[in-house]
Ligand binder design. Sequence first.
Ligand SMILES: Cc1cc2nc3c(=O)[nH]c(=O)nc-3n(C[C@H](O)[C@H](O)[C@H](O)COP(=O)(O)OP(=O)(O)OC[C@H]3O[C@@H](n4cnc5c(N)ncnc54)[C@H](O)[C@@H]3O)c2cc1C
Length: 541
Amino acid sequence: MRPLNTTRRRLLLGGLASLAAAGLAPAMAAGSGKATRSAGETTIPRRQRVKALVIGSGFGGAIAAYRLGQKGIDTLVLERGRRWDVPAGKPGPFATSRNPDGRALWLSEVDLLVNDGPKDPLNRYVGLVERYNEDGIIVWASSGVGGGSLVYNTVLLQPSKRNFGLAFPAAVSYDEMDREYYPRVVEMMDASPIPDDILMSSPYLGARVFQELANRAGLRNERINTASNWHVVRKELRGQLQASATAGEIWYGANSGYKNSLDRNYLKYAQESGRVKVQELSNVVDIRENGNRYLVDYNRIDERGNVISSHTVDCDYLFLGAGSMGTTSLLVRAKARGTLPRLNAEVGRHWGNNGDTFGSFRTGKPAGSSTGGPAHIVGLDYETNPHGPQTVIAFPQPNNPEDALIFLGMSIPQDSGYWDYDAKEGRARLHWPTNTPGQKNTEQGMEYTLARLASAVTPEADAKRARESIKVGAGATAHPCGGAVMGKACDFYGRVQGYKGLYVVDGALIPLATAAANPALTIGAFAERCMEEILKTELRG
Ligand SMILES: Cc1cc2nc3c(=O)[nH]c(=O)nc-3n(C[C@H](O)[C@H](O)[C@H](O)COP(=O)(O)OP(=O)(O)OC[C@H]3O[C@@H](n4cnc5c(N)ncnc54)[C@H](O)[C@@H]3O)c2cc1C
């Protein structure tokens, strides 16, 4: 393996074969991840019995664990990734997107976002983001204690009532979500909008340019609730902490500690209950029914992903929180191999890309594309976009041209993907339709909103160039939704049809999309809603 490599490649938007259809990507340098940890405890029993088991420690898993602990129920959380603590006043533990190494990627030797150019192998490591190369789509999902909260833009965006009604079954009340569960997650994650002093500071030029264009274009825009600690960001601005948010470092972790990630709230409180144990580097491979109980097989792995030992947990209640990709894979595998034979035919269906697109245009003058994160302003093109509700968020992307604005788009998709099981490879596989009218509509919706923004560039000659530079692609998503959705494979509280004591509490429960919004808040709010009902009706402490 090569040592850290600081090679830079200047990337021109849209000139990339990479980012598949997305047309954006950071220049990435490959390097080596350090394997400085061991898989930890050696006293973990080969076979163990627990009351409640949670698989995965992202939004769904962390919330389930916290509520179980609060109720006094002994709970084990199995997480495939490692723990990432940010030590106060010391260099952070993460790689950076300007200089990535194995710590950025889940057991991959290939650059995550860049397909073209030199392929310097990275050290295989239990890093933060997994790239799934599926049939018709690339999906990025997280690993680590805290799941997606370690890598996300910290955006907690609540969908509008109208959009929620378009995306979710009528059996779920938006008013109840709005009153009870959305605010609960926002409060627990300590999320708030970017304050004036930070928005006005120099690294946040990109946000101000976006806001100004949106205002000129008459596009409704708002500061988003962001689960970032703004005091930490102020310290970064004063040079007291490593530049992380202010340098646009998001995807590969926050070295300054600016993210209010789940390991600092829900999971921390879960462990403080004394009832919950979170076990890292524990990769679940199979779920089997065992009378009224469940047997869960998992491998302890080291930091290179090598299997150290195999274990089985026997549990009364099993909560699936491995994310849309992880949970759906486990269920599709269990159904195909007959270890959960009563799963219904809806398992592995109704998977969606959240209506995601990536887009960009060039303003012709500095727009701060590479600094000042995480994303914090949202443009809401709901009523006037002829292609359906469209949300756009500008976000920083290191090493792109300084006059570019880079956007994530979210909408309500018309297409639906499905999963099957590849027995030869021994893995579940996702199939996503491409070149469909629905997909075209998704891209056109994004193009429409970006054209509104680009038209607000001044003078008119620059606006024309900005419109001509618009690039939109939909070949990848970081927002997988569905696979075991409410009202189909599960009931409206995550209870898996045909099985008592088996629950889906993560993104797999969401049908296709979270209503033109980033998914974490809605996934978290549904997890809260499911847990409240399940704990009221089924589990005793
Ligand atoms: C780079 C990036 C940026 C993002 N930014 C935002 C944002 O700003 N706002 C937003 O709303 N959303 C964002 N998202 C999406 C958000 O992170 C996810 O929607 C959210 O985390 C999903 O929650 P979840 O509970 O379904 O699963 P996750 O949070 O993904 O958690 C699943 C956990 O299960 C673990 N796991 C998986 N399989 C197994 C197994 N077999 N055994 C044991 N453990 C397993 C994983 O390692 C992971 O820790 C982003 C995603 C990415 C990748």
